[in-house]
Design a protein around this ligand. Structure first.
Ligand code: PMV
Length: 305
């Protein structure tokens, strides 16, 4: 029997970094997906993953799954991503979730979404040592989620439209490294950082309400404020700042970096009549507009042979 599943990547909308410190965030699953094909073989583990990073996540997901559910026999697993891992869209979380879901299908062990999340989050922690698990949640549940550290709350938001433009800064960010170095900075100035995190959490709470109301003007303002607070955390870069500035000057409601910072992508909220202008402003400022749709479906099964 052969199983084929796919899980989506993600984009952080509000609340990055603060979510590592017991605050909420809002994340959207994106249309770029990771496909994983799984097949039982008599013995061994054969993984065919073009990216070395994906290989480690698949291997750990299999190890944890086998240990927990005491499954026997060998496995052949092949990954295929339709997005470049350099954009920071969460190929590791997508491949982890797709592998766990695929294994549950292959061995016919029904798992709830929360059980898939818990196993996937364990894989992230075992490999990276840090992380809130927001990306794992996006890959499992899909859509737009209000998420609290470690999955203490995972609440799907009812968001129909999300008119964003995504701009890649040209630099690949090393998320675990940035999270760890911020942790060291926080040690010396807990009060200052807690204040920033509390302000970010307030933004997330307001954004959660305004997203469902499609109040783009207000959301744009919240994005700008969130970006400003990320600058204060010291995780933005000149390039990300200039891309956000260019987007706002071209008529975006607001813009912010998305994810750990240090590179990867920024997002801008736009009205349809300003989309073109914002996209060309991002490209002119040395960014690269990435065509990706938010609000994508969570992990699913699309082939059983
Ligand atoms: O760099 P990304 O897109 O994987 O986002 C990281 C978000 C952080 O809040 C900095 C870390 C986390 O695990 O929540």
């Amino acid at each position: 029997m052969e199983i084929e599943v796919s899980a989506p990547g993600k984009l952080m909308l509000f609340g990055e970094h603060a979510v590592v410190y017991n605050r909420p965030c809002i994340v959207s699953a994106v249309s770029s997906r990771m496909k994983v094909k799984l097949e039982k073989i008599p013995t061994g583990l054969e993984i065919d993953a073009p990216q070395t990073k994906d290989f480690r996540f698949v291997e750990e997901a299999v190890r944890i799954f086998k240990e927990k559910y005491k499954t026997n026999g060998g496995l052949k697993i092949k990954t295929q991503s339709d997005f470049s891992s350099q954009y920071g869209f969460g190929s590791s979380s997508a491949v982890t979730v797709a592998t766990i879901f695929g294994l549950s299908q292959l061995y016919q062990i029904p798992l709830t979404k929360k059980e898939i999340f818990d196993l996937g989050y364990q894989v992230t922690l075992n490999i990276q040592g840090v992380g809130s698990g927001f990306d794992i949640a996006a890959a499992v549940f899909g859509g737009v989620l209000y998420f609290l550290t470690g999955g203490k709350t995972i609440k799907p938001l009812s968001v129909k439209n999300l008119p964003i433009v995504v701009g890649y800064s040209g630099i690949k960010a090393d998320t675990p490294k940035i999270v760890k170095s911020l942790k060291l900075k926080i040690r010396n100035n807990k009060e200052k950082f807690n204040q920033i995190f509390d302000k970010i959490a307030q933004i997330v709470e307001v954004a959660k309400i305004e997203l469902e109301k499609e109040n783009w003007k207000k959301l744009g303002k919240l994005m700008n404020e969130n970006h400003h607070l990320l600058q204060q955390l010291g995780v933005s870069t000149k390039k990300l700042d200039s891309l956000c500035q260019a987007a706002v000057s071209a008529g975006a409601y607001g813009a912010k970096l998305s994810g750990a910072g240090g590179g990867d992508c920024m997002i801008a909220l736009v009205s349809e009549n300003k989309r073109q202008a914002v996209e060309s402003a991002i490209n002119k400022t040395g960014g690269k507009v990435i065509k990706v749709n938010p609000n994508a479906e969570g992990v699913f099964n699309y082939l059983i042979n």
